[in-house]
Write a protein that binds this ligand. Sequence first.
Ligand code: COA
Ligand code: AMP
Length: 633
Amino acid sequence: MRMSYQAEYQRSIEQPELFWAEQARTIPWYTSPKTILSQDNDGIYHWFEDGELNTCYMAVDYHVEQGRGEQPAIIYDSPVTGTKNTVTYSELQSQVAAFAGVLKSQGVEKGDRVVVYMPMITEAVVAMLAIARLGAIHSVVFGGFAPHELAVRIEDAQPKLIVTASCGIEVAKVIEYKPLVDNAIELSSYKPQACIVLQRPQAKAVMQEGRDIDWYTAVAGAAPADCVAVKGTDPLYILYTSGTTGKPKGVVRENGGHAVALKYSMTAVYNIQPGDVFWAASDVGWVVGHSYIVYGPLLHGCTTVVYEGKPVRTPDAGAFWRMVDEYKIKALFAAPTAFRAIRKEDPTASELAKYDISSLDTIFMAGERLDPPTYLWTVDKTGKPVVDHWWQTETGWAICANLMGVEPKPAKPGSSTVPTPGFNVQVLDARGQELPPGEQGAIAIKLPLPPSCLATIWGDLERFKSGYLSDFPGYYCSGDGGYKDDDGYVFIMGRTDDVINVAGHRLSTGEMEEILAAHDAVAECSVIGVHDALKGQEPVGLVLLKDGYDIDPDDLQKELVAMVRKEIGPIACFKRAVVVPRLPKTRSGKILRKLLRQIAANQEVAVPSTIDDPASVPEIESIMKAQGLVASD
Ligand code: COA
Ligand code: AMP
């Protein structure tokens, strides 16, 4: 029987242990947890610490045992290579067990880390599941990141192995991965012992004798490996995400809470049943890919989709609708930027008329703010309910959503609706006091966080505490700002820190500043996110030259763009650097980044009393306006 949202939510907040113990019973543990919620010596909460499980078993083998062996587990559709195929749960079990055998033969054991740097192909999912099968920890790195970014992650995670492919394909460009991986290993002081390479027909990777292993040869000779039991609190994966500095944060996800929360979300948030086809049009390198291309749908016995293509240009703006029609997709989940791209190319949605999308119940969007025009266009053209839901790499699932499987509520454009059960979401002022409806503040979540949320930052508990738990004692500070309305609907208005969202990709402006500052000509700089009609935000550098340094601004821009592409990768979309005479600063010399963000967002500018020279504010404002860096109303 369905409960009302209010009843379900209240129970999750008032009796979290009872609520989640009940949810925990819906997944096949080896040993059911007796301890539901606990706190360690550092005061950090954990879920299901004494439960024993294996996430790969739950996502694959269990379904074969339950008679789903012949059901498609993965549909692979790759317009960029002209390939389509389907893998059943039985086939997936064989492939995963065989690849786990390869890893085992290389000495991978419970707790070891393995980095996966792969394009959107079925083998990326196989690799993740195989690592989980052994109780090892995967760290998937998005294929659009440059060698430096990969190297930082290798250095931090210290993986025994790297799993990669010879190339990824970006629309018509073949991007060779192996030279990037070789370069990253060179840059890292920590060296993995081996690199397993999947050779794709589009590019042949040059193998390094003694270190590199061919995927197919290794799998052909592998003895299948069985699942290894782990504790509920053992890590399943580390996923690096952008923080406010150049060093990304390794979000640690524990096995037990992750499996329970994702299983719950498949019905409560997405209203999806086992056997349904669920498509998250993201990439396994992002949290959406981890949770809703791989684990959520598979834990729930659904068919998931691995799509190697874009919403447009592969070949056209009808790609999403073609997929829904061809595979009878029931739920489609993508970033708003994907729909903005479709709308830009096909404003009247003429492509949609060519396809039957009647299988589709709901469209879900997340990853960045869903702007009302995109929301309204999508609802109008598809006639489907569109759910904006807010979440973060740190949580692994939606913090706020319209719960389609509990009690769908009327949507309000611009709002991600209401807190998901388990998340006690509050809006706080700078002193940590709860604000009344309508007032904007910092969005924080009262502890304990529900299952699946990060337990720490890999190897850096202090960073976890200082970055998330110390601003407002007793709360997790989300880094997002916003407000609740009188009906309790939550409106997320944007980050309050140095993180920006470019085409649904989370990036650190602080990291870009570190790169720009390394240029000989640059005395000081600030990188801000500027409104972009397609990608939501794009980074722009405001640069102050060293005294007496003579360089043509266009040349400087070219050099800075090249530096960011080289260090972070093309996905940073860093294309503009503007030379300015000065930047607004405090008397102690700190650049007023928040003020610059407010100018760019066309918000009311709060000039702090500590400002060094108040005249610098109208000056930078007029430069930013003249350069088109201020959002229009
Ligand atoms: N590997 C290598 N390079 C990649 C890459 C990958 N996996 N993904 C993107 N890039 C490169 C692109 O080739 C491009 O390079 P270029 O500057 O040399 O042309 C650059 O990174 C920017 O890519 P992108 O942001 O994808 O821009 P685009 O103009 O090619 O496409 C969209 C625009 C809107 C279609 C695209 O950004 C998109 O599909 N966004 C949805 C994002 C998404 O799903 N996010 C997941 C969060 S839920
Ligand atoms: P990521 O960790 O990459 O998932 O990015 C998380 C960030 O994306 C959040 O902190 C928000 O700033 C933004 N975000 C994600 N979903 C939404 C949403 N539905 N509305 C507004 N912002 C969002």
